[in-house]
Design a protein around this ligand. Sequence first.
Ligand code: ADP
Ligand code: MG
Ligand code: MG
Length: 902
Amino acid sequence: MAAHDPVEQKYVYDFAEGNKDLKDLLGGKGANLAEMTNLGLPVPPGFTITTEACKAYLTTGREPDGLAGQIEAHLESLEREMGRRLGDPDDPLLVSVRSGAKFSMPGMMETVLNVGLNDRSVIGLSAQAGQNDRFAWDSYRRLIQMFGKTVCEVPGEEFEHALDEIKRAKGTHDDLDLDADDLRGLVDAYKKIFAKHTGREFPQEPREQLDLAIRAVFDSWNAERAILYRRQERIPADLGTAVNVVAMVFGNLGPDSGTGVAFTRDPGSGAQGIYGDYLANAQGEDVVAGIRNTVPLQELEQLDKTSYDQLLDIMARLEEHYKDLCDIEFTIERGKLWMLQTRVGKRTAAAAFVIAGQLVDEGLIDLDEALHRVNGAQLAQLMFPRFQLDHEFEAVAKGIGASPGAASGKVVFTSARAVELAAEGEPVILVRRETNPDDLNGMIAAKGILTSRGGKTSHAAVVARGMGKTCVSGADELDVNVPAKKFTVGDHVVNEGDVVSIDGTTGKVYLGEVPVMPSEVVQYFEGELDPENTDDALVRSVHRIMTHADAARRLRVRTNADTGADAARARRFGAEGIGLCRTEHMFLGDRRELVERLILASGERERENALAALLPLQRADFIEIFREMDGLPVTVRLIDPPLHEFLPPLEQLAVNVAVAQERGEDVAKEEALLAAVRRMHEENPMLGLRGVRLGLVIPGLFAMQVRAIAEAAVAVVRDGGKACPEIMVPLVGAVQELETVRAEAERIIAEVVGDSGVEVLIGTMIEVPRAALTAGQIAEAAEFFSFGTNDLTQMGWGFSRDDVEGAFFWRYLELGIFGISPFESIDTDGVGRLVRIAAEEGRAARPGLKLGVCGEHGGDPDSVHFFHEVGLDYVSCSPFRVPVARLEAGRASITTTGSDSR
Ligand code: ADP
Ligand code: MG
Ligand code: MG
């Protein structure tokens, strides 16, 4: 005791002292046990040791001062309340010691039941239970088993083995057939196992059992699998766990006792009703461990109607109170119901939407709260096609859903084979133990990627997400043998060429080709499903929540679209304009020849001819897009990539020239191209002659594009349509660059537009760090900014995306240098700061400056919240991400007091 410290920190809370909002301090389990206690529900008495105590223990390696005394005091009051004492040989108090962190980490940490039993009190326990020896010895053997396993790291199989042994000797599979003598024998066997592995006897002193168990729960926070899980789920490493000490109630006292788990609604579909499992004459962990077959909770009504009715009543009260789906754990001791846990239950993406809608209907929450309860990641999941699973298909393995989607294909084990088969038009699934940068081509060629090792941040996972490709990682039941070109899973052997199907959302792996069905949510966005007139609860709910998000959001959502077809789809998905129309694709296909002519032009005349030939083609492209967008703003980016990207690769040209020469053909043109490619070669094309630099170096190129845009707009308007073009200059780093382009563009626009009433804005991308830092100057020459956060990230970090994602990002994620790839979610501290500076200084120089973002971050949920907060006018993203951005922009606009959705 620290006498000099009169105000000792409070490390222990009685259940009556806590509540559900104290999760940081009491962990989720403790906070909710307290909440239920204060609701007057039947919770066995107990207390919670705080996460603060755990953190102190983990940093100093010993229990903090004062903790022992506080535990003592709370234990005494628990003993008084129960009328029993821990370790009393005649009538012992038993407790459970249960971990419980702020975020639930299923199966990651440990619980020990029946703490307080020893060789003497086991007799007293039996006597108190009406000479129920079977019960007492069953409880004791469970204590040694759980204590051995979780506190002293005795291998669990050894206990299970001994139990199997006794059952076999008895000729049964059911542990209920074991009688008191069998279980007493089992206790002896368990003690021997314990002594063999720990070098000491099983501790008989109850208080020592308790202290060791508490310490083991503290330690479990840093167990390897807990660390892995946290990294996976992005749970901070420094939260610590609380420890709950709870008076035991017994589900293993006979057939009128039992234990169960339940959900207040179906966590899979969201359907209303009661979903749960019950197991008679058992202790809690049996239900989850699948030791015996449970019965559906509904059958409890026949077994014990009073408890069943009471349970239903409590579940209704919990839903009413938490205003959400709850999951619960309970035990019935001789007809008396006890609540052992509740929490807001995890659910699938579909259930999240359906339940949020139902709760609005039931008047429990409003639409703001419903919007808060769902998220863009869930919506994105629902927009992938799904496997149509009937009874025929059963997963053979389950890994981590690392990159969503549903993919089927022939199994291949090497990158080279993937490329080969894909070239023949075969869908392939690349299967590896883990992938590395050498697998990149195979990953590009494959429909999906399946690995037996690695988590959500492994090489396979990071690269697949970057490519938008389906990936299941860490399916550790798979034994992958690359040299033998096969993998085994359970009894199955899968050879190269066999077909498998992988679900990148659930992480499940199936043998054979599972049929795929379209997403009904996409059908709804496409206008193929009428939300007012469907019995599909998911579609109805998505519609309702999206409508609310649209009404709530301040950010506008545009799309990136280069063609009329993309533009049309994006409008159906709710896009309010085009934020990025790239023009480079307009130079591909059979237009390449014109680009070659432009590049090879030997004089002004030839160059002008080439450009003149391109002009009508570009104009036609723009007319189609402007028509499709019908008066919504369309930001057209002038040509951005280095021109040599439009020429054939060097090696190919060299071969062509050689072959043609061999044949004695005329190679003049090929040779000229080859020379051009050699001349234009760049060491770092990303930092070379591209963007605005092209416009300043190649006379007439930007002028042709500007003219095509202006003429297209005039043509559409003359036709009675509307067009709002915005011309965007890429890669500007200095205002002088923009001013030069602008002067020429303004002249052309004035000439083309005449009195047609067409208005054309001129602005720039902010994607070079210098542009962000001199935004005040650049704004003088720009009517809008559009942040190109992909290039800004590349140049801000000095990363070449194509090189770094495959090469070392997995290592950076593993080391925690970043929690998520800065290409997936904007790095708010660094790159985001550039955005913030540019937004502020740009607006200060030119009030009303239009601000947007184009690029993948525009459709990333976390990034959307950041762009909202920085005050941008719109985000622009690929058509499929438009609904996600709408939803998240809505969520960013509402403030609710609602619960943490994790
Ligand atoms: P987890 O976090 O893994 O669910 P718990 O701490 O909830 O672990 O414990 C697992 C199970 O043990 C509970 O569902 C419950 O059935 C049983 N259990 C825990 N504490 C008690 C207790 N005091 N009395 C009876 N059973 C208990
Ligand atoms: Mg539990
Ligand atoms: Mg760019």
